[in-house]
Design a binder for this molecule. Structure first.
Ligand code: FES
Length: 147
């Protein structure tokens, strides 16, 4: 099968989906080529992410990766959530087809963007190198969205 059971499960039953009222931070990232957009909302208490929600307008893999990413950072310290990589997201989903790997980059970037928003809102200094121009290759080779 092209997609793992976990990918299909998170695609069909996304966790933590929806908007959040009064979030402490919002991260929105997108890819101009495929048009997929991911928005992540965080509630933060002290240095802990107490709640996460997401909205993804995009392909099935983007939905599955956002869904599992919310589970992976909920309840975590901010500094631990910042360590989330797209590779970890893909592993947690038991893999993605090679041509969909780029979709997982959006999840990592959305988490980082939301935490940056939290830092910016609260005037907290942070490591700017975390937000260097990304290595996202989303859709550079994909010419159609078939899933
Ligand atoms: Fe661009 Fe999946 S995120 S096609």
């Amino acid at each position: 099968m092209l997609y793992s059971e976990k990918v299909m499960d998170h695609f069909r039953h996304p966790r933590n989906i929806g908007e959040m009222e009064n979030p402490d931070a919002i991260g929105e990232v997108g890819n101009a080529k495929c048009g997929d957009i991911m928005r992540m909302y965080l509630k933060i208490d002290g240095d802990t992410i107490t709640d996460v929600k997401f909205m993804t307008f995009g392909c099935g893999s983007a939905i599955a990766t956002s869904s599992i990413a919310t589970e992976m950072i909920k309840g975590k310290k901010i500094k631990d959530a910042l360590q989330l990589t797209n590779q970890a997201v893909v592993e947690a989903l038991d893999g993605l087809p090679a041509h969909k790997l780029h979709c997982s980059v959006l999840a990592e970037e959305a988490v980082k963007a939301a935490i940056k928003d939290y830092y910016d809102r609260n005037g907290i200094d942070y490591d700017k190198s975390l937000y260097a121009p990304g290595t996202c290759v989303c859709c550079h080779t994909a010419d159609k969205k078939d899933d």
